[in-house]
Structure formats: structure tokens, C-alpha cells
Design a protein. Structure first.
Length: 88
């Protein structure tokens, strides 16, 4: 596997700034990027992996009137079982 840097984002602003570069890829739950990097099957090999799993507020489901907000890191099983989603 080629060398890469590993960074952790503390918030969405930091993640957005770091992901704006072409050589940074997000690392989150359910991703298989490490396996693809190991097998060397990526077209664009990232120089930086950015861990976004610890960003506060990135998980969960909330609703405001007719609008449902789903956090980017909310598990699919959580979405499938959510009463608000199932009622929509």
C-alpha cells in the first residue's frame, strides 16, 4: 500500500476545507476505501484520508415541520427503523 496521511476532522467546516483538495478522501463507516487502497485498484490514490466519524451532529434524524434532516453518518439501519421516516 502506498503511504498516505491520516487526519481527523473536528467539525463540518474543517472537513469541508480539507475535502476541497483533490487528494483527500473521506473515511467513514461502511467504507471500503482501505481495502481498495491495499489492493491498489483506485484510479486516484488519496494522499490524505480524512476521518469524519467523530464530527458532532453528523448522525441522527430530526424533523422540522415537513422537513426531515438525516445526518451524513446516520446508519442505514437507523434510517430504516426510524418512525418519522416510516410515517413519511
Amino acid at each position: 500500500m502506498k503511504k498516505f496521511d491520516y487526519k481527523k476532522a473536528c467539525d463540518f467546516a474543517e472537513a469541508t476545507a480539507l475535502l476541497a483538495t483533490d487528494d483527500t478522501h473521506a473515511l467513514a463507516g461502511g467504507t471500503d476505501i482501505l481495502g481498495r487502497m491495499k489492493d491498489d485498484i483506485l484510479v486516484d490514490y488519496p494522499a490524505v484520508l480524512l476521518d469524519i466519524k467523530r464530527i458532532e451532529g453528523a448522525t441522527g434524524i430530526t424533523s422540522e415541520g415537513n422537513i426531515i434532516h438525516i445526518g451524513a453518518l446516520t446508519k442505514l439501519s437507523t434510517i430504516a427503523q426510524d418512525a418519522t421516516i416510516n410515517a413519511a
